[in-house]
Write a protein that binds this ligand. Structure first.
Ligand code: PBG
Length: 325
């Protein structure tokens, strides 16, 4: 047959395929999300997230050192307190679990790893919402911003290099930037959860942080069925307000949105491969349905192809140690 054009030629050997590969992931592109729980002596497994634990302060420090050794880009801390109240008082208490753990980690790793803090009230409130409630039980945007500002200063003092406000309140990036700058903390970076959907893929995370939420977050997180222009508007606002990076979350179910954001953002774009995405692969692999490592790597490459420069993934350590070649 006369077929002058044969795309298979470029797939003919491993060396040929390697030569023409244009999607690369390095350990430094990956960020490990971690949970630290107040009062634990030993790390505790999370039933819905096989292989992920709630850390004790000591096991978290050990993991942060492993993250440095593996060459990861960063570590993102979530705190799980023993006491909760309506205002989420543990969040900005310097002795609160998240802030003491941030200080532990920063002490251990210095500037060798970007130390990141989840900035949200949901782990600390007794109602489980990401903000404080008004008399009618609605999440009060502007009073929540005041709480976030206090939290930001506490996290900056504890040693976080970068704060990740994940509550989807209007104006959160601009308010935090102003408050940090006024406090002389223009050195602290902001990773905007610019686009965050009210996703059922967060299911396992709710167990990981012992969430107290009964309703849903649809008045602040975005509607999965909503238009992409809403996502682009959120990104534009966060960029105008001074975001250093912008994130799209979840990852795999929103690759179209990630691509659209990556096409317009002139800051690094991050993607959060969330707990449900991870758990689906882990449980399918446990059932013998898929090859876990290959599926996991394929999912990370998909996020990169769609435009993610930075990827938050519970597989960060494992990927950095083995899968990236
Ligand atoms: C809120 C927050 C959530 C996640 C990260 N930050 C849960 C939510 O918005 O309900 C989910 C992460 C995951 O599922 O891995 N602070």
């Amino acid at each position: 047959m006369s077929l002058p054009i044969r795309p298979r030629r470029l797939r003919s050997t491993p060396a040929m395929r390697r030569l023409v590969t244009d999607v690369h992931l390095r350990p430094s592109d990956l960020v490990l999300p971690v949970f630290v729980r107040e009062g634990l002596d030993e790390p505790q497994p999370i039933r819905t997230l096989p292989g992920v634990v709630q850390h004790s302060r000591a096991s978290l420090v050990a993991t942060a050192k492993e993250a440095v050794a593996a060459g990861l880009g960063g570590i993102m801390l979530f705190g799980v307190p023993t006491e909760r109240d309506a205002l989420g008082s543990g969040a900005d208490d310097p002795d609160g679990i998240l802030n003491v753990a941030l200080a532990d980690v920063r002490d251990a790793v210095g500037d060798d790893l970007v130390v990141m803090a989840d900035l949200c009230l949901d782990e600390f409130t007794d109602h489980g919402h990401c903000g404080v409630l008004d008399a009618a039980g609605r999440v009060d945007n502007d009073r929540t911003l005041e709480r976030y500002a206090s939290m930001a200063l506490a996290q900056a003092r504890a040693g976080a290099h970068l704060l990740g406000p994940s509550g989807m309140m209007d104006g959160q990036i601009g308010h935090l930037r102003t408050v940090l700058d006024q406090a002389g903390r223009d050195d602290v970076s902001l990773l905007a959860y610019a686009v965050k959907y009210a996703s059922a893929f967060y299911g396992p995370f709710r167990e990981a942080v012992d969430s107290q939420l009964t309703g849903d977050r649809r008045t602040y997180q975005q509607d999965p069925a909503a238009n992409v222009s809403e996502a682009l508007r959120e990104v534009r606002l966060d960029l105008d307000e001074g975001a250093d990076l912008v994130m799209v979350k979840p990852g795999l179910p929103y690759l179209d949105v990630l691509r659209a954001v990556a096409d317009v953002a002139d800051v690094p774009v991050a993607s959060y491969q969330v707990s449900g995405e991870y758990a689906m692969v882990e449980f399918a692999a446990q059932a013998g349905a898929i090859d876990r490592d290959r599926v996991a790597l394929e999912s990370l490459l998909a996020l990169r192809r769609a435009g993610a420069q930075v990827i938050l993934t519970y597989w960060a350590l494992e990927a950095a140690r083995g899968w990236l070649g």
